[in-house]
Design a protein around this ligand. Structure first.
Ligand SMILES: [Zn+2]
Length: 497
């Protein structure tokens, strides 16, 4: 006998992604879409899930990931789907997936053992994903650093006319392939050698397209406010929306500055500028050691990040040197009989691409930024598996829901869900995603609102969060009680489509 629907999720409390008050509902799926949302029903379905007492939300949209290559190297994407994530925005911090040759620098650091195929431009990258789909949906940003490296190598100067034209052409290729924006990493090589004008020139290619400018700003320490001003200027002059990545004040001397940076964002919004930020819910960051150790920062000589105590920098992944993982730079310096800066330089030389976790953010600031209604959630996870990646890779969304919404009461569960679903879908132009309504894509997460919580720690990070019962991507179940089903129904989400 023919069934009305493929899947019925019965009696869950619905958080629909708009921020509206939760309500009891029956949600039916047919194919890749939500076919019905009703208060009750006698309909029949092939599969019925009794979800009384559980919360049903749109699948989480991770707006800040570095999963460009994990999507191909580890397409099950267990570290995302088991945490309720159904869409990843890749290409952040200026590090994009094309051109291929330049992209491979970052790819090999994160996935030293993976055999990645080649592709031609962003179009080729998207087609690769479609040919061998991951479990999650992916939207991509064009990485300015990758583009710059392709056009002019590691030159520490402004581009000449020809180089700028080459960069423009690469940005246009990405846009035509469906990129949702352009990202910069103005603290990293080679992005840090770009002037404001260079970024404005390239970002202007996006005007009128709906694509946005996302940035890891030049300085997140004492220079935070100047960085926000530069970011707002770029958005204004280019005439495009702006997304400030992983908003924070890094380093003890800068703590508290986020009140003023949020005020700058508010003022810009009041003047009509489309600007938001995203955040990971932890007091430690994570990045490549090369970016931390630059300019003698570990010897207290400063640099864009200010001085960083070597005791606060922990090796997360060290290709070829697992024995270093979990050790601080201070401990390594002692073992190697070197100063902190010299030890870091030796580690970088022996384990190229080595990543670290840096304890540098205040809990007060984490809460201040999260309370702000314009803050979205993005993990900034670096998928260095195996290794000891920052636990945000697995736990970000569960931690926001369990710790910051439920335990600390920073905001309602409906608001927390909105910041990780409906709000980012609108901002990044992900059509028919991030909301539960008839006709939308069936990206869904079913969780226990009383039990959801992150599990991984800095010492032992590779664990899925607790309390997530089911995850659907495009109508197909990818997670069942904390286990992956093996399904890989993810799609490439192109701008506006
Ligand atoms: Zn970043």
């Amino acid at each position: 006998m023919a069934q009305d629907f493929d899947v019925w999720i019965r009696g869950a409390t619905l958080y629909d992604g708009t921020g509206a008050e939760p309500r009891l509902a029956y949600v039916a799926l047919r194919g890749d879409r939500i076919a019905a949302v009703a208060p009750s029903s006698q309909s029949r379905a092939n599969v019925t899930l009794d979800a009384a007492g559980l919360a049903l939300a749109p699948g989480f949209i991770d707006v800040h990931t570095h999963d460009d290559f994990a999507l191909l190297a580890r397409p099950e994407m267990d570290f995302k789907v088991l945490g309720g994530v159904t869409t990843c925005v890749v290409g952040n911090c200026g590090m994009g997936a094309a051109p291929w040759r330049q992209a491979m620098g970052f790819a090999r650091a994160v996935h030293p053992d993976a055999r990645l195929p080649e592709w031609e431009g962003y179009r080729g990258y998207a087609e690769r994903l479609e040919a061998d789909p991951p479990a999650v949906n992916a939207a991509f940003l064009i990485g300015h650093g990758t583009v710059r490296a392709a056009a002019m190598g590691g030159e520490k100067r402004a581009p000449d006319r020809r180089e700028l034209d080459a960069m423009r052409a690469l940005v246009r290729e990405g846009l035509e392939a469906g990129a949702v924006g352009l990202s910069t990493g103005l603290i990293y090589e080679p992005g840090r050698h770009a002037t404001t004008d260079e970024i404005v020139e390239l970002a202007s290619e996006l005007r009128g397209s709906g694509a946005l400018y996302a940035t890891h700003m030049r300085d997140e320490g004492m220079g935070l406010l100047d960085s926000v001003r530069e970011t707002l200027e770029i958005g204004r002059r280019a005439g495009i929306p702006v997304q400030i990545s992983h908003h924070k004040a890094a380093g003890e001397r800068a703590w508290g500055l986020v009140r003023e940076s949020l005020a700058l964002i508010e003022r810009a919004q009041a003047q009509g500028q489309d600007v938001h930020a995203d955040q990971y819910p932890y007091t430690a960051g994570s990045t490549v050691l090369e970016a931390v150790a630059r300019d003698g920062a570990l010897d207290g000589r400063g640099g864009a990040r200010g001085a960083i105590a070597p005791e606060r920098v922990v090796v997360a992944s060290a290709p070829g040197h697992v024995e270093w993982e979990g050790l601080t730079i201070a401990e390594l310096a002692q073992r190697l009989g070197l100063g902190a800066q010299a030890a870091a330089e030796k580690v970088i030389a022996d384990a190229p691409g080595v990543t670290v976790v840096t304890h540098m953010i205040s809990e007060d600031d984490v809460r201040t930024v999260m309370r702000h209604p314009s803050t979205m959630i993005g993990s900034d996870g670096i998928p260095t598996l195996p290794g000891k990646p920052h636990p945000r890779l697995w736990g970000t969304f569960a931690r926001v829901l369990g710790r910051y919404a439920r335990e600390l009461g920073l905001f309602s569960l409906a608001e927390a869900v909105h910041r990780m679903t409906g709000l980012p879908a609108r901002k990044f132009g992900l059509a028919d995603r991030g909301v539960i309504r008839e006709g939308a894509f069936a990206d869904l997460v079913l969780f226990d609102p009383r039990g959801i919580i992150d599990v991984g720690t800095y010492e032992d990070p590779n664990h899925p969060p607790a309390g997530i019962h089911a995850v659907f991507v495009n109508g197909t179940r990818v997670a069942r009680h904390g286990a992956h089903t093996g399904a890989r129904p993810g799609r490439v989400i192109r701008r506006g489509g």
